[in-house]
Design a protein around this ligand. Structure first.
Ligand code: GLU
Length: 321
């Protein structure tokens, strides 16, 4: 599909989603999000590096829980699969993102709930929390092809209502999983949630996953293919809070959403797709974002489980004689 056609179709879908006028931002971010309440953006980055953004695609938003996917990938890249699996499971929970969903041995169920994301943050190598913060920001920036920064206002709001995250970290420490200072690790987790990107940059970050770990714009290999496969697997099964099952059935691509209204989707081998609209549904997913992804999945045939015949068996109806 040509770039102007992608732009036209993305614009059309964005305008269709704009008609949905309900949904609220998260309570604790209401003051910050009030000015962005009707912001709406979508962007695509293909694995050949071509980027198309529409709507408010160059305005900044906080990554929030979308950061969990990137931190998990950095932890896998730096520590290896076995060590990460020793600390974090890969099971969906069906529970809220901030529940203490742990296996009997203390491992959080998956890296995309808060307990698992706090654990992933603690696996990032470094002699201090500052080292871990710096490494993560460096990797996020390499993914986005831009020097990213923390939004201090968002960070303060996260710290003010951080009790539950501090509690989760202390529980992980009490079960022997977390050996760093729980407070420092949660501060690092809240910082990663507060890193700002544009919707276009988020699509580029996703395209690195789509390209098997190589950034399509700079050509830098950031993750091994195995790391990407592992990360996309948990995004597919656990990325959309407790609406992940319906997401797979309806949209069918690995994705992660965040309380800022950010959404990231990945079509392996093809593209990274991002959207932003702070109006959230009861699960914490962006209402307009889900609509954008649902429509694009239908239009562009994105569902990763749709029928394909990679071996082209002779005699199959779709095999020309
Ligand atoms: N910083 C938020 C928290 O831990 C992330 C929420 C989200 O995006 O799901 O509560």
């Amino acid at each position: 599909m040509t770039e102007p056609r992608v732009q036209d179709e993305l614009t059309e879908v964005l305008e269709e989603a704009r008609e949905i006028g309900w949904g609220d931002p998260a309570d604790y971010l209401r003051d910050i999000q009030r000015r962005d309440l009707d912001a709406l953006a979508a962007a695509v980055c293909r694995t050949d590096g071509e980027v198309v953004g529409v709507g408010d695609h160059d305005r900044l938003l906080a990554l929030q829980s979308v950061s969990k996917a990137f931190t998990y990938a950095v932890a896998l890249q730096e520590c290896g699969l076995d060590r990460v699996l020793d600390h974090i499971g890969v099971e969906p929970t069906g529970e809220a993102f901030n529940e203490l969903s742990q296996h009997e041995d203390g491992r959080p169920f998956n890296p995309l709930i808060n307990a698992g994301a706090i654990m992933a943050q603690a696996l990032i190598p470094g002699d201090s929390q500052q080292d871990r913060d710096a490494l993560l920001l460096d990797r996020y920036s390499a993914l986005a092809c831009a020097q990213l920064e923390v939004n201090e206002e968002v960070l303060r709001a996260e710290q003010v209502r951080g009790d539950r995250n501090f509690a989760l970290a202390h529980m992980l420490a009490s079960s022997g999983m977390l050996t760093h200072d729980p407070h420092e690790v949660v501060q690092g987790y809240l910082r990663q949630c507060s890193v700002e990107v544009t919707t276009t940059q988020l699509a580029v970050m996703g395209a690195t996953f789509a390209g098997g770990g190589r950034n399509p714009v700079t050509g830098e290999r950031i993750f091994d293919e195995r790391v990407v496969q592992q990360t996309l697997s948990v995004m597919l099964t656990c990325g959309m809070y407790d609406a992940s099952g319906r997401w797979v059935a309806q949209v069918g691509i690995p994705a992660k959403s965040g309380v800022s209204g950010a959404m990231l989707g990945v079509v392996p081998g093809a593209l990274g797709l991002a959207s932003w609209s702070p109006r959230l549904d009861g699960h914490g997913n962006s209402i307009r974002g889900v609509e954008i992804f649902r429509r694009l999945s239908d239009r562009w045939d994105l569902h990763v489980l749709r029928h394909r015949d990679p071996l082209g068996h002779p005699g199959e109806p779709n095999e020309p004689a």
